[in-house]
Design a protein around this ligand. Structure first.
Ligand code: HEC
Ligand code: HEC
Ligand code: HEC
Ligand code: HEC
Ligand code: HEC
Ligand code: HEC
Length: 352
């Protein structure tokens, strides 16, 4: 723990802050002595100082976490709003090992699940219709029905096309829930708000594309697709934010380029050859000098922004021709309310 910054999590005054690109050293104008006298249990904003700003801005990376969680309405998040949960009430920390596995990293210090606190069959409805909800829990994750929308307050990036960088900054299209803009440094960005998740089978594992792995030069390379499908009893339908990317690749070696962006890198020189040369050297990978842009796709799991129960997805949100779920894409031949779930039929007679 020698080089761990304690105050980033334990400051309760909210004045402690870090300097951009100064390797994690605090701002000089912070009164460290005053902060040190008021250390306490981490609040949501302590954790949020890192997790809400991933990817270069508020809400950019995670579709379900941004600074709205500092003091959300109950309608935004029932646990952190209505119940004022801290992060570690769910992400239980034992001797500084914080539980909860992330979508992208293979290491994990234990898992967090809705059923750590709720029953596996949590619905206690008297009506036989609503009783169906508990049967659904074998095939559908809690999050699917209880997080019907994501990025409800702050837009999140869903498309990042690096090949369009270098042009002047401008807004291309703007509607209340969608912004398409060009950034000279970052390229074409699409940001979405109040978005409907994409649903996929997930059995608790994701595949991971690692540095130097082969990339498709045409078509889309999935960087971290969830494992599991309709035939896997351990898999459940789970909600995701999809992040589409267009990134530089080395066409001769057939892998993604790790460009140098900061310092004497792309953000200063706007030269991909130069940024690739420097970045690949630092990454310890060969670079052929031949660059083309390829399409990538990432899955980001949604676990926060749980809405009040009355706003959860219910029968007709899914079992309807215009429902949120693309049953065929998930592997069903039609709406399963008509012909039965993956391991059983609606009625034995229908099977004959
Ligand atoms: C990533 C955030 C984070 C960092 C960094 C961090 N802590 Fe903690 N710390 C926590 C959490 C979470 C708890 C549990 C609080 C709770 O139970 O609500 C905790 C608890 C504690 C406790 C109470 C006893 C215990 O272990 O439960 C002490 C003392 C403590 N931290 C000291 C430190 C010191 C000293 C450092 C720097 C070396 C540090 N912390 C760095 C998050 C952090
Ligand atoms: C109501 C419970 C709950 C609360 C409160 C909560 N989380 Fe989570 N969080 C989860 C669950 C469940 C997961 C999925 C973890 C797993 O699969 O092991 C998760 C996942 C995560 C992940 C991994 C994200 C990814 O997919 O890469 C991070 C980071 C995280 N939470 C941070 C936070 C922070 C920061 C806070 C406080 C602002 C917070 N969480 C509050 C339940 C909660
Ligand atoms: C100084 C920045 C920083 C702070 C503060 C911080 N984290 Fe993290 N946390 C990270 C990084 C970096 C990772 C690894 C990359 C990732 O998963 O996003 C991580 C990973 C996680 C994960 C995923 C665990 C895994 O094994 O992959 C969870 C859950 C999490 N943090 C929760 C918290 C909670 C709760 C707090 C507050 C008590 C907190 N973090 C404070 C930087 C931070
Ligand atoms: C650390 C314990 C904990 C975890 C983890 C947790 N919850 Fe809760 N949740 C509670 C408590 C306590 C309440 C309030 C009492 C109640 O309604 O059961 C609650 C309430 C709820 C409600 C009812 C909200 C309302 O008032 O309308 C829903 C829905 C819910 N949780 C869903 C989830 C989902 C989905 C997850 C996983 C992403 C989750 N919970 C994770 C403790 C937890
Ligand atoms: C198929 C969709 C669906 C799934 C899956 C689902 N829920 Fe629900 N849940 C609902 C709906 C709809 C309601 C509100 C019912 C009503 O009162 O009209 C609800 C209500 C609740 C409530 C409020 C208490 C109650 O009895 O009304 C809690 C807590 C809850 N769900 C937790 C969970 C947890 C935890 C899981 C995962 C184990 C889960 N739900 C899975 C749709 C679902
Ligand atoms: C989030 C989307 C969603 C919601 C909400 C939802 N369902 Fe379903 N339903 C499904 C899926 C997916 C299956 C297939 C589950 C399986 O493969 O086991 C299914 C299966 C069914 C089946 C066939 C079950 C069988 O195997 O015999 C019936 C009947 C049904 N749902 C009725 C309902 C009713 C009634 C409600 C409201 C109380 C409801 N559903 C809410 C997605 C949903």
């Amino acid at each position: 723990m020698a080089s761990v910054d304690c105050l980033v999590c334990h400051d309760t005054m909210g004045t402690y802050s870090k300097k951009n690109n100064k390797c994690g050293y605090p701002n000089k104008d912070v009164d460290l002595a005053a902060v040190a006298k008021r250390v306490g249990t981490p609040g949501r904003s302590n954790c949020g100082a890192c997790h809400w700003y991933g990817g270069g801005g508020n809400g950019v990376k995670h579709g379900d976490m941004d600074n709205t969680l500092a003091s959300p309405e109950k309608s935004h998040d029932v646990h952190m709003g209505g119940l004022d949960f801290t992060c570690q009430e769910c992400h239980v920390a034992t001797n500084h090992r914080i539980a909860g596995s992330s979508t992208t990293s293979a290491v994990s210090e234990g898992e967090v699940s809705c059923t750590d606190c709720h029953d596996e069959k949590p619905h206690k409805m008297s009506s036989p219709l609503l009783n169906q909800l508990n049967d659904h829990c074998d095939a559908i994750a809690c999050q699917t029905c209880h997080i019907p929308r994501y990025a409800k307050a702050v837009p999140t990036v869903t498309m990042w096309d690096w090949s369009r960088s270098g042009e002047e900054d401008r807004i291309l299209e703007q509607t209340p829930n969608r912004l398409k803009q060009l950034s000279r440094r970052k390229g074409l960005l699409i940001k979405e708000k109040n978005a409907v998740p994409t649903y996929a089978w997930y059995n608790g594992k994701h595949y991971r594309h690692l540095k130097g792995d082969p990339v498709k030069l045409t078509g889309v390379t999935e960087l971290n697709p969830p494992a599991g499908d309709i035939h896997d009893p351990a898999a459940k339908i789970t909600p995701y934010k999809i992040m589409n990317g267009v990134e530089p690749a080395d066409t001769e070696y057939g892998y993604l380029i790790v460009p140098q962006l900061f310092g004497d890198g792309y953000f200063k020189n706007f030269d991909w050859q130069d940024a690739a040369q420097k970045g690949m050297q630092a990454a310890g990978l060969e670079f052929s000098g031949k660059i083309s842009f390829v399409q990538t796709k990432m899955h980001w799991r949604l676990n926060h922004e749980v809405v009040p129960a009355k706003n959860a997805l219910s029968c007709l949100d899914c079992h309807h021709p215009d429902g949120v779920m693309d049953f065929k894409a998930l592997g069903y031949k039609e709406d399963p309310a008509l012909s039965g779930g993956r391991f059983k039929k609606v009625s034995p007679a229908a099977a004959k």
